[in-house]
Design a protein around this ligand. Structure first.
Ligand code: AMP
Ligand code: MG
Length: 411
């Protein structure tokens, strides 16, 4: 990092620096499979069994030996029994014989083919007629075709989803080892902040960042510790940082990181920890503090409500995913035409807020949500995507292609 200027950096440099300092948690705990949703798997999981466990029928019909299928004209088969799901036929199928079988029924010994019931004519309880043209091996699901015994079914670092719970259950696994949840303490600083429920005093604002931060943390399945508001008082700020860093893996604050801020945040951080104050070439979200306080990582996000969300998305989220032990996955991005011109200054990355729409013909377009000020939280609320305009890009004309990152799953 020879060209690393701690004061002014690109978003990529900031992200790289942050990621290089983050270590995944190591402690594990055992949870029941049912409780494992949204936890991070600690170890590789194998199956000890085949799934399906037996070769079975994919359709309702009749199990026969493929070599007995008629080639030219219909032939009669003797019905010798049945194999229903959970009630296998206990015997083998000989030449010219068949077994009534239902979907999921275990294929009887010697049989390897199912003729679907719609193709056969049934004569009483003991005989059926199978037409020519059926294919040996058809309509059968092989034992182990989903999972073979010994196969790896899930890799460590995986965020366990709904299908994974089913997968674990399908191979009979009742408990899994997961990484412990990351603990994040967060608070806001500022004498202007008031809590929802209090009457608003002159010149004050409601503490909205508390709500957006809490919600974004919940979406990432961390243990969030809400420390509320800390007044612009040096002793209170010192105490808050000390307490937060002793209880959490990461401490996040909003506000108080801009230049000329009349508070104690910077001062106190210089004393308690090792924190960089950056001017990141990103809009919104230019001022950003990142570093270490005692054992905890620290993010000082800007105070403006949209800046909080953008910097959280851009920097905190990847850091938390890494800390939580998750394999990094870049978010889904689309290239779509924009329906109106966008104002953009070169030399910084802009995260504008957009509405991604799907037209009747299946094509997508994106529109800007309107005023893009960093205090305009309605622009986030109305949006369903970020429009990400890279550093070198200038004003965008209507119809030009831009990159969008849909909010689904990230906000
Ligand atoms: P600061 O970075 O402290 O100068 O704050 C920038 C702007 O964000 C100011 O208008 C603050 O009033 C506002 N702000 C700071 N903290 C919060 C908060 N917790 N909720 C809503 N707005 C905030
Ligand atoms: Mg402030």
């Amino acid at each position: 990092m020879d060209d690393f200027d701690p004061e002014s950096i690109t978003p990529d440099q900031a992200a790289e620096h942050i990621q290089s300092t983050i270590c995944p948690v190591l402690e594990t705990e055992t949870v029941s499979t049912m409780e494992a949703l949204d936890r991070v798997l600690a170890v590789e999981m194998h199956s000890e069994i085949d799934v399906p466990g037996h070769t079975n029928s994919a359709m309702d019909g009749y199990a026969v030996r493929g070599q007995d299928l008629p080639s030219d004209s219909p032939e009669t088969f003797t019905l010798i029994g049945s194999s229903f799901a959970g009630h296998p036929y206990d015997g083998s199928v000989g030449a010219g014989e068949c077994v009534r079988i239902m979907t999921g029924g275990v294929m009887p010994d010697s049989s390897d083919t199912v003729v679907i019931q719609e193709r056969v004519r049934v004569f009483g309880d003991t005989e059926i007629e199978i037409p020519a043209g059926e294919k040996p091996g058809q309509n059968v699901r092989a034992a182990g075709e989903d999972i073979a015994a010994g196969n790896v079914i899930l890799e460590p670092g995986r965020l366990i989803g709904s299908a994974d719970l089913g997968l674990l259950a399908s191979v009979g696994i009742a408990e899994v080892s997961v990484l412990r949840r990351v603990r994040v303490a967060f608070f806001s600083t500022g004498d202007e902040l008031q809590e929802v429920g209090e009457p608003l005093q002159d010149g004050h604002i409601y503490n909205s960042n508390r709500y957006t931060l809490s919600a974004m943390l919940r979406r990432l399945h961390v243990d969030a510790l809400d420390l509320g508001v800390v007044r612009d008082d040096r002793a209170a700020v010192v105490e808050a940082f000390r307490a937060a860093s002793e209880q959490a893996d990461m401490v996040i604050t909003s506000g108080g990181v801009s230049v000329g801020e009349a508070d104690y945040v910077k001062d106190v951080l210089g004393e308690l920890g090792d924190v960089n104050f950056w001017k990141v070439a990103i809009k919104p979200g230019r001022p950003l503090a990142f570093g270490q306080i005692g054992p905890a990582k620290f993010f000082g996000l800007p105070g403006n409500p949209v800046s909080v969300m953008v910097t959280f998305y851009q920097f905190v989220r990847p850091a938390l995913l890494r800390m939580a032990g998750m394999a990094e996955q870049p978010p889904l991005a689309l290239q779509v035409p924009v329906t109106s011109p966008l104002r953009k200054r070169q030399g910084r990355v802009e995260y504008q807020r957009g509405t991604l729409r799907r037209a009747q013909d299946g094509s997508h377009t994106v529109a800007c949500t309107g005023a893009q000020g960093s205090g305009i939280l309605t622009s986030m609320s109305q949006a369903n995507c970020f429009i990400v305009l890279p550093m070198e890009r200038a004003n965008v004309q209507e119809g030009e292609t831009v990159e969008v990152i849909p909010f689904s799953g990230i906000t």
